[in-house]
Design a protein around this ligand. Structure first.
Ligand SMILES: Cc1cc2nc3c(=O)[nH]c(=O)nc-3n(C[C@H](O)[C@H](O)[C@H](O)COP(=O)(O)O)c2cc1C
Length: 157
């Protein structure tokens, strides 16, 4: 049984929907067990016991979200040298950019010497005003399918 860890944070549900889609893609493979877990609840044990990873975060203030960063702060040195070579992918939900959050996660994963299986998926919700930014998001079918495919790709990797 292959174990896929999906660590996510989401304020307005967009990233959560992306992470759920990735989980359902991976679960379409019978030999894959998915642990979909909020970044605030995930720790080094979850990293060590998984065979592959999806890191899913919003971009907030040109960074990964603070809760996601806290997850990496708490686990980075506990996991270093112990997860080398494992595959990973990144999902970013952004208003209009998302590149820097993706870059930050890539740097951390490079430090862990993980292997990217795809370019980061960045989904832009195009929320502009404060009301739009704080509203619950609905990710479209096309983007959800891209996330599902990444989950499946990691499941069968
Ligand atoms: C405090 C805050 C800062 C944000 N900063 C950015 C940003 O720097 N770049 C960007 O593309 N979107 C930014 N956004 C928009 C969010 O990335 C966007 O609303 C996204 O859909 C949030 O994902 P979520 O629904 O999973 O929380 C920001 C949102 C908030 C609340």
């Amino acid at each position: 049984m292959k174990k896929l860890l999906i660590v996510f944070h989401s304020m307005t549900s967009g990233t959560f929907q992306m992470a759920q889609a990735a989980a359902s893609g991976a679960q379409s493979e019978p030999d894959v067990a998915v642990n979909l877990i909020h970044a605030g609840e995930a720790g080094a044990n979850e990293l060590l016991e998984a065979d592959g990873y999806i890191f899913a975060t919003p971009e907030n203030l040109a960074m990964m979200s603070g809760v996601m960063k806290d997850f990496f702060d708490r686990t980075y040195y506990a996991a270093i040298d112990r997860i080398v070579g494992r595959p990973y992918a990144t999902l970013i939900c952004a208003g209009s950019d998302g590149e820097n959050a993706a870059r930050q996660i890539q740097r951390i994963a490079t430090g862990w010497r993980l292997k990217p299986i795809a370019e980061p998926i960045i989904v832009c919700t195009y929320a502009q005003t404060p009301d739009e930014i704080l509203a619950k998001k609905q990710i479209g079918e096309f983007d959800l399918q891209r996330c599902e495919e990444i989950g499946l790709a990691l499941g069968i990797y």
